[in-house]
Write a protein that binds this ligand. Sequence first.
Ligand SMILES: [Zn+2]
Length: 207
Amino acid sequence: MHSGSTANFLTRENSSRDLLGKFHKDSSACIRARQRVLQCLSHQFPFALQLKQWGVQNEVKCRHCEKYYKEKNIRDSPDTVESAGHMQCYCPALQLPRIAVHHGIWRELMFSIQKSSTELNHASEPRWHFPSALSPEAHAEWGLYKILEYMGLHEILPPGAGQNRVRLRKDIEEYHIDFDDTDIDTCIARRPDGLAFDKEKKLCMFW
Ligand SMILES: [Zn+2]
């Protein structure tokens, strides 16, 4: 029985080993994606830190960060190490791809929920609508303004017509949602990962 960090990770309770196994056997999944998952799980992905540990190279600095801070003319940039954790969670140069992957996962999830959602409303139409499951663009866009506008509870004025935020705050107060000032701002700034609407009952579910 192995006892390294990979074995520990994979033998944890609810580690989804069955799913990982299915993914690995799934011939429709891109071979490179399957290789990457295995490499990451088994600490074999050739990040600079790994290469140094193997004695292949000396430099562990993240090259993406180096380029990123140089282009932005930021001096005294933090020393970053090209490791799995850095690339997957922190590297500022990879922020957009990370967000795109995050949205992609949620869009897939919402798409599956939509497919399984069979409940009907009074008009015998599907009760729940999942407009954010349609495309990457549609998925990324939903903030509170757009959610309320979609439900007919708020009107977004064109850019330059001004005071959208003030009006939104007023609308929220009028709906008798009992927030203090900072809570309203936090609420306005939220962008839910997944959305479903029941237009008949004017309900919105978000995750
Ligand atoms: Zn970096």
